[in-house]
Design a protein around this ligand. Structure first.
Ligand SMILES: *[C@@H]1O[C@H](CO)[C@@H](O)[C@H](O)[C@H]1NC(C)=O
Ligand SMILES: *[C@@H]1O[C@H](CO)[C@@H](O)[C@H](O)[C@H]1NC(C)=O
Ligand SMILES: *[C@@H]1O[C@H](CO)[C@@H](O)[C@H](O)[C@H]1NC(C)=O
Ligand SMILES: *[C@@H]1O[C@H](CO)[C@@H](O)[C@H](O)[C@H]1NC(C)=O
Ligand SMILES: *[C@@H]1O[C@H](CO)[C@@H](O)[C@H](O)[C@H]1NC(C)=O
Ligand SMILES: *[C@@H]1O[C@H](CO)[C@@H](O)[C@H](O)[C@H]1NC(C)=O
Ligand SMILES: *[C@@H]1O[C@H](CO)[C@@H](O)[C@H](O)[C@H]1NC(C)=O
Ligand SMILES: *[C@@H]1O[C@H](CO)[C@@H](O)[C@H](O)[C@H]1NC(C)=O
Ligand SMILES: *[C@@H]1O[C@H](CO)[C@@H](O)[C@H](O)[C@H]1NC(C)=O
Ligand SMILES: [Zn+2]
Length: 532
């Protein structure tokens, strides 16, 4: 019996290998059989590593790319997808983020949660302070949903530190611009869901708490670039949407009757400000004559990249391109937060294909930013807020479609399984009391929901550390295993903004680190030696 199953397995494997060969592609590239291939590749990498000098320049510009929910398995799977989309095996290619010279791990837990959410984590990597889940721009002394714990517990973000230092600042996201990640850059709110006063409990409004959209235009009034979705939270209730006038679910949500978009337009009218709500208008702007840009392309979140109508909505890469061209006119530099916000949504829905295409698009945006900036004066950091219970395995062969099947059947239920699986989520499904046979389903479809061990309507975040990739000035300080809130401290240090800038007066950060840190330390050691 066992023997027979083994034979069948072996024959299946041989047949599939033959099929692969017939399709004209060897199991793996021929050159990889030659040790010289691996040796010379590794030696080239080594020579480059030895040549690398620490970049202790001053960071004029700071860019943070935040892949929401982009855990390490997502990064690896996105790399394979990107390679396969260009006709390669996939595993061997480099993402743009793979080219960054420094990597650290970030511990993502919230003060009150082992497995984090996007709000508490955004407070960490933007404001430098760990916080409770569900809260943005407030310390852990604030309680989610309790308006009366806001005052006195506000913490400010690196975007504000940069603005206060005279830099231009921008926010670009594929979600609504008042979503958890971007909102921690400008708002102080005990509940991430208070997008407009229409989402707030009456009590909180009465107690004087402000919704996130209002804070977007009131707290830091001169944010130079704001791009993403979220029109409806800026518009009065009963006002219909410009793009979907007959869809009532897209009507404005504001109870206070304010039209925050019009207020923004009025305020920036004589300051070279532009409001756009579609791709045509965005791409027809001349960035050199725009100092303020509000681009709200959907009533809520932007569509998934795989579903985006490329004639109406811009891609993340297109938004980043325009943003940098507007921001980099400032001789004092800029801070830009870019969020690939819907990697997270794809995973929550169990739709790995959606999530991975979002991650690939963010990688493309990283490449574009790279072309428009220089590591000489720009520090770029890429990280995630938290991971997901997404993974891929199953001893798949080299070059196996990332959305494909493991090469064998389960030896327990004799059914095939996809390499990609979720620990929990909506993909859990039983038919006649047993696991679905995935061969009867279209597991390559955009909206296919990969199988999950535990049924949940929304797949959950994961608790393991996430990667932090960095390059440019002071990027080497982002290494090792770090608390997530360390990130903005390093970025601010590199740019001489925020709380730690004594090293900046000499104009050379490494030189003054020597005088402000190592010199006193040396004196202390000498003194203690003399005293002993
Ligand atoms: C603060 O608000 C919460 C709930 O909104 C309430 O339970 C609590 O008693 C309030 N605390 C104070 C000191 O008013
Ligand atoms: C939505 O907006 C339209 C146009 O202003 C209005 O006629 C309609 O009553 C609104 N519906 C809701 C539910 O607010
Ligand atoms: C908004 O629409 C609702 C229901 O459609 C209606 O009851 C309300 O009076 C309208 N409010 C305004 C300000 O038009
Ligand atoms: C914008 O300015 C126009 C013209 O000055 C004015 O009529 C309108 O009320 C203003 N709108 C808002 C929302 O401030
Ligand atoms: C884009 O927005 C502008 C300004 O409202 C409008 O005139 C134009 O028709 C819109 N274009 C498309 C393709 O919707
Ligand atoms: C994209 O949007 C345009 C304008 O609304 C529409 O005419 C076109 O059919 C859409 N394309 C797709 C593929 O949905
Ligand atoms: C699974 O489905 C495939 C395709 O319909 C079929 O060939 C195979 O026998 C099925 N396996 C089981 C265990 O039902
Ligand atoms: C489920 O069981 C019923 C009754 O045995 C059978 O008719 C049906 O085909 C089964 N469905 C599947 C998908 O196997
Ligand atoms: C900064 O100072 C260090 C040590 O004095 C020096 O090696 C380095 O070249 C300086 N860097 C710049 C950008 O001036
Ligand atoms: Zn999430």
């Amino acid at each position: 019996m066992m023997y027979k199953a083994g034979m069948i397995k072996a024959i299946t494997l041989i047949l599939s290998c033959l099929l692969w060969q017939v399709q004209g592609k060897p199991l793996f590239p021929e050159q990889e059989k030659n040790p010289e291939f691996w040796n010379s590749w590794a030696q080239r990498t080594l020579v480059n590593a030895l040549r690398e000098e620490l970049n202790t320049n001053y960071a004029k510009n700071l860019i943070l790319f935040l892949g929401d929910g982009m855990g390490v398995p997502t990064v690896t799977a996105a790399r394979i997808l990107k390679g396969q989309l260009s006709g390669q095996y996939g595993e061997e290619v480099q993402l743009e983020m793979d080219k960054f010279p420094y990597v650290a791990l970030s511990k993502t837990y919230n003060t009150n949660a082992q497995v984090a959410d996007s709000a508490g984590t955004a407070t960490a990597y933007l404001c430098g302070v760990k916080a409770n889940e569900g809260t943005v721009g407030v310390s852990a002394a604030a309680v989610r949903g309790w308006c009366n714990t806001t005052q006195g517990n506000e913490v400010t973000s690196i975007l504000k530190w940069a603005k206060d230092a005279g830099k231009s600042v921008g926010i670009v996201t594929t979600t609504r611009v008042m979503h958890a990640t971007p909102s921690a850059a400008y708002a102080h709110c005990v509940d991430r869901d208070w997008y407009s006063d229409g989402e707030m409990p009456a009590e909180a409004v009465q107690q004087g708490c402000k919704d996130i959209s209002r804070q977007l235009i009131e707290n830091i009034p001169n944010i130079n670039v704001i791009m993403g979705g979220g029109r409806k939270y800026m518009l009065p209730k009963n006002m219909s949407d410009v793009e979907y006038p007959s869809e009532k679910k897209y009507n404005g949500t504001r109870k206070d009757g304010r039209n925050l978009i019009q207020e923004w337009v009025n305020r920036t009218k004589y300051k070279r400000g532009h409001y756009v709500w579609n791709k045509t208008d965005l791409l027809s702007l001349n960035p050199s004559s725009v100092d303020y840009l509000l681009g709200l392309f959907e009533p809520g979140d932007l569509p998934y990249e795989l579903e985006r109508n490329s004639s109406t909505d811009p891609s993340l890469t297109e938004m980043v391109d325009v943003a940098i061209k507007i921001l980099n006119k400032n001789p004092k530099g800029f801070y830009l937060l870019v969020e690939g916000g819907r990697i997270d949504h794809g995973h929550h829905e169990g739709k790995a294909k959606q999530a991975l295409y979002e991650a690939v698009e963010m990688d493309r945006a990283i490449g574009r930013a790279d072309l428009l900036t220089s590591t000489y004066d720009t520090m770029t950091v890429i990280t995630a807020d938290h991971s997901h219970v997404f993974n891929f395995g199953g001893y798949t062969r080299r070059g196996n479609s990332i959305f494909g099947l493991a090469p064998m059947l389960s030896d327990v239920d004799q059914k095939p399984f996809t390499s990609i699986l979720y620990g929990n989520g909506p993909g859990f499904k039983l038919i006649n009391g047993s696991r679905v046979n995935v061969s009867t389903e279209d597991y390559q479809a955009n909206n296919y929901q990969a199988q999950a061990a535990i049924p949940l309507s929304s797949e959950t975040h994961g608790g393991e550390d996430v990667a932090v990739f960095s390059k440019g000035p002071m990027a080497h300080l982002l290494r090792g295993v770090q608390e997530q809130n360390y990130i903005p401290h390093v970025m601010a240090y590199a740019a001489c903004i925020g709380q730690n800038k004594d090293h900046c007066t000499s104009g050379n950060s490494s030189a003054s680190l020597a005088t402000t840190f190592y010199l006193p330390l040396g004196l202390l050691i000498v003194a203690s030696w003399l005293l002993s």
